[in-house]
Ligand binder design. Structure first.
Ligand SMILES: [Zn+2]
Length: 315
């Protein structure tokens, strides 16, 4: 790795999840040098901040010059202030975690942060660009504990004025649907996220988990199939909305629900999109069924977090 008398430059990416944190250091060619998975310290700004600082310190080693750190984490991220709030599963509410200023006090390297889904979208972009250097735009649709999309336009994360761009989990899917954590009723997240699917399967009197739901769909269970079909109808409309809003090249599907139900979910989404396309030549021209794809297998969260350092430097 390092040559005598010359420090090798590394960047570190940190993907902070509700239960696990994945961090990795990369060389200047973006090859992984070392990586680390630890339990996320949660319970408030001090715990989360300390956990991130300790994780970065563990990855650093003698003979390496740290060129930059990128962090993806849940919640409402203010990239310019370097802070995050409303990351409820980390125990962060109205009081912001000023993670960049905390890191600046301990590190001699610049640091950038982004929402975790935005960072994952950038990671997807980095990976797909290896085989398709003409790729400019994509949306990464995360279907997991929450539902949201990270949007890459012309090679850059599009956050919007206040960081809400792509937060399609709060599209109003069903006005009579269940309460959403945001306070509205019937949001996409309240009807099609992992917890929403598990809750509906529980309401049917069965064991409550997304894994059990997909297993039942695989066995041909009518009730499970109906729950999945309803969720897919909502997700199909959301994909249609994303495509019409941004006309992106690719819509990449990932997240915990996609990890569990991979082929069943992708098959159902493609059938739903083809049904939509069959009703109108205009919609057929969008070619949505062929523009969705499953997330690449690489750890896009940590790759995208590290890529924030390169992306931000070129601004
Ligand atoms: Zn909502």
């Amino acid at each position: 790795m390092s040559q005598a008398m010359e420090l090798s430059g590394v960047v570190i990416g940190v993907d902070v999840g509700g239960t696990k944190t994945h961090a990795a250091s990369f060389d200047e060619h973006f090859n992984v040098i070392s990586d680390l998975k630890v339990s996320t310290l949660t319970g408030g700004v001090d715990q989360v901040g300390t956990g991130i600082i300790n994780t970065i310190a563990t990855l650093q080693s003698e003979g390496q010059q740290l060129k930059g750190v990128g962090i993806g984490l849940p919640g409402i991220v203010d990239g310019s202030a370097g802070s995050v709030r409303h990351a409820f599963n980390l125990g962060i509410g109205d009081d912001a975690l000023d993670i960049v200023s905390r890191l600046n006090a301990t590190l001699r390297a610049p640091c950038w942060i982004a929402n975790d889904v935005d960072a994952a979208a950038l990671g997807v972009y980095e990976i797909l660009r290896r085989d398709d250097c003409g790729l400019r735009d994509l949306a990464y649709l995360n279907i997991g504990t929450g539902v949201g999309a990270g949007v890459i336009l012309d090679g850059r994360i599009y956050r919007g004025q206040n960081g809400f761009a792509g937060e399609i989990g709060h599209l109003l899917a069903d006005p009579d649907g269940p309460q959403c954590a945001c306070g509205l009723q019937g949001c996409l997240e309240a009807v099609a996220s992992g917890p929403a699917l598990a809750r509906q399967w529980l309401a049917s009197g069965r064991h409550s988990s997304v894994e059990a739901l997909f297993a039942a769909v695989g066995r041909g269970d009518d009730k499970a199939t109906l729950i999945l079909r309803r969720a897919v109808e909502h997700l199909t409309r959301a994909i249609h909305t994303l495509a019409l809003t941004f006309d992106i090249d690719r819509i990449v599907i990932g997240g915990g629900v996609a990890d569990v139900g991979t082929s069943l979910l992708m098959g159902a989404l493609r059938r739903g999109l083809r049904r939509l396309q069959s009703r109108s030549p205009y919609t057929r021209a969008l070619n949505l069924a062929d523009r969705i794809m499953l997330k690449p297998p690489e750890p896009v969260g940590v790759i995208g977090a590290a890529a924030l350092t390169r992306w931000s430097r070129s601004e």
